[in-house]
Design a protein around this ligand. Sequence first.
Ligand SMILES: C[S@@+](CC[C@H](N)C(=O)[O-])C[C@H]1O[C@@H](n2cnc3c(N)ncnc32)[C@H](O)[C@@H]1O
Length: 294
Amino acid sequence: MVTVPRNAAISETEKNSVGLWKEAIEQRTGVKITPDREKALSMLLDRRMKELQCGDINQYFEDSLDDAKGAQEWSGIIDSLLIKETSFFRHQPSMDFVTDWVAEKVSEGELTEPLWVWSLGCSTGEEAYSLAMLIEQAMDAAGVVPRYGIIGTDISRDCITQARRGVYRQSKMTHINGSFQEAYFDQVGKGLWRVKDSVRRRVCFVNSNVLTDQSPMVRRKMHLIYCQNMLIYFRRWKRREIVNQLIEHLETDGRLILGMGELGNWIPPGLARVAPRTVQAYVKSRYGLQGDAG
Ligand SMILES: C[S@@+](CC[C@H](N)C(=O)[O-])C[C@H]1O[C@@H](n2cnc3c(N)ncnc32)[C@H](O)[C@@H]1O
């Protein structure tokens, strides 16, 4: 066991330990800690060890990785390190694509069952609620009773807690047009807005890791999987592995929408690219494999 004096300059042991943390984080979450995030990781570990009055960096590492003993510490570290930036209607062309797709499904009478949507890596919920609002509006506009369910998942416990509350500051509302704000939010305090119950009861948030997910909620087949700005933190081969798994969750003829450029030119097997160039959207083919299996 190596004891590291907390005030010493960063020792080899400490450097190695940061390396071990980087590896563990990537292995468990898929997220690659880039060199510019290493300093943040190192400072975070230093702070936590001081708070816990722990002088042994190896012991701290082992304890934090222990599934039973370290679950809370691990989740706190992950929560502090992950980039969780998000906003309502973050990528408008993708949102417009969803609106058109829902409107088309409704007008062609294809909606014989509720529409199931998965917002993966949903952060604090803005993406899932944006999808709910526009689906609700498209169904309302077509005069059909809204029948849909949205599942938002994220590895961050803090994010999921906030998403479930569905309360947002005024500064978060800038991308929401006035009619949406009026129709789908209640003011619940000075500069605080809560998503209306009618929308919130359609959206369910689950704390889950895409790499290990066993949640029955997301084991069902989805009509739309919306996953933006999460895969960019993963290595390319990992992105492909995850997308191949997502395809299993997608209904035939379902849509997968990713962030622009997140897969490069690779077309996943079983999917075909749809939508304008400004949207990275795929349809699950009825006719088996089409993409590039590489
Ligand atoms: C930058 S945010 C993107 C939020 C939203 N999708 C958007 O585009 O605005 C990335 C989210 O992915 C989540 N995330 C990272 N690794 C994950 C994993 N292995 N499983 C589930 N969520 C993960 C993070 O916690 C974070 O909230």
